[in-house]
Design a protein around this ligand. Structure first.
Ligand SMILES: *Cc1c(COP(=O)(O)O)cnc(C)c1O
Length: 345
């Protein structure tokens, strides 16, 4: 069967939300200054400063891999190392881009339950070696929401950043699904980031309902110095920057970004609730953001895929990842679980 109209593979299978699309269409009219010296880009950066309630430095790049790897490269020298969770996107899904853009800075994996690092694990990794033969730990990167659909609370982030500061590490946050984490925690964007000690954030727009483009947000403005040159050199300075910036204006004006994230989280909540009623389906992690991980028999997975339901089975520690997005409908979730229940029964 052909792929269904809406599936649960990833929130990047969804198109653009009307707010982002509408703003992009508006930005398309007439001539404006190129390379980011335009009003759309200024407005988008101002809206991000409003969201975070601070005068942060904002840069728009093509995708999340660029945002993460360029931000991390900017924090480190080539002989440094970066602590990350073993399941983190920077480690498992960026084809070595953080190492590439930093000219050799090494990612060091830290394990931890539920896709999260803990201060103890970070300290242990840093104190393990301090000699000249070991790449010197310089930064830690945490993912919010995590790769397995959980979220760090403000307290958990604070505990990590306190340990990081004590150990002389800068703190980066991969916020590909930051909006979902804001909604899940109910915290202010600033409380999850700079007020908790985060230095730089990769702020995801694409999965939230944008089309292309993520923001790199430096809360420590000193660290941002010359970042524009790094972006340009890496091929990440869009000449028609308004096309990356305008969707942000659409999403951040009147809180559409939170509305869409809330909806995606709620659909995942419904998915989890329905799955818990299916005998033999085992939910793997506490569902906190917009994805649910569930263990299903191989034959059932194959049958669902054949029926046009797309979802990944290789993310995290295995299991099926069911990802909801801004345009997931209640009937999509009910139809999917309905078919699944019949196959299980
Ligand atoms: C999707 C995602 C990214 C960004 O991926 P790109 O394909 O490079 O845009 C980064 N981090 C996490 C955790 C993601 O899920």
């Amino acid at each position: 069967m052909a792929m269904r109209e809406r599936v649960f593979a990833s929130d990047n299978y969804a198109g653009m939300c009307p707010e982002a699309w509408g703003a992009m269409e508006k930005a398309n009219g007439g001539h404006v200054v190129s390379y980011g010296d335009d009003e759309w880009t200024a407005k988008a950066a101002d809206l991000i400063r409003e969201v975070f309630e601070t005068k942060c430095e904002v840069f728009f790049v093509f995708n999340g891999t660029a945002a993460n790897s360029l931000a991390l490269a900017h924090l480190c020298q080539s002989y440094h190392s970066i602590l990350c969770h073993e399941l983190s996107h920077v480690e498992t899904d960026e084809c070595g881009a953080p190492e590439f853009f930093s000219h050799g800075t090494k990612l060091l994996q830290v394990s931890g339950e539920n896709g999260k690092m803990e201060p103890g694990g970070i300290e242990k990794a840093v104190r393990k070696r301090t000699d000249i033969h070991y790449p010197k730990p310089r930064a830690v990167t945490i993912t919010e929401a995590t790769e397995v659909g959980t979220v760090y609370s403000v307290g958990e982030i604070r505990a990590i950043t306190q340990t990081a500061k004590m150990l002389g590490l800068k703190v980066h946050m991969d916020g590909a699904r930051f909006a979902n984490a804001v909604v899940a925690t109910g915290a202010r964007a600033g409380d999850l980031t700079w007020r908790a000690g985060v230095d730089v954030l990769s702020f995801g727009g694409t999965k939230n309902g944008g089309g292309v483009g993520e923001a790199v947000v430096f809360f420590d403005r000193g660290v941002a110095e010359e970042f524009e040159f790094r972006c340009k050199q890496a091929g990440q300075l869009a000449s028609k920057m308004r096309m990356l910036a305008a969707p942000w204006v659409g999403m951040l004006t009147d809180g559409a970004w939170l509305k869409h994230a809330r909806h995606a989280n709620e659909m995942a909540g419904l998915m989890e609730e329905l799955l818990r009623g299916v005998e033999g389906a085992r939910v793997l992690f506490a569902r906190e953001a917009n994805s649910v991980f569930v263990e299903l028999p191989e034959g059932v997975i194959r049958e669902l895929h054949e029926r046009g339901w797309k979802f990944y089975t290789f993310i995290g520690k295995g299991g099926c990842r069911l990802m909801c997005s801004w345009d997931t409908r209640e009937e999509d979730v009910r139809e999917f679980v309905g078919e699944l229940a019949k196959l299980m029964g």
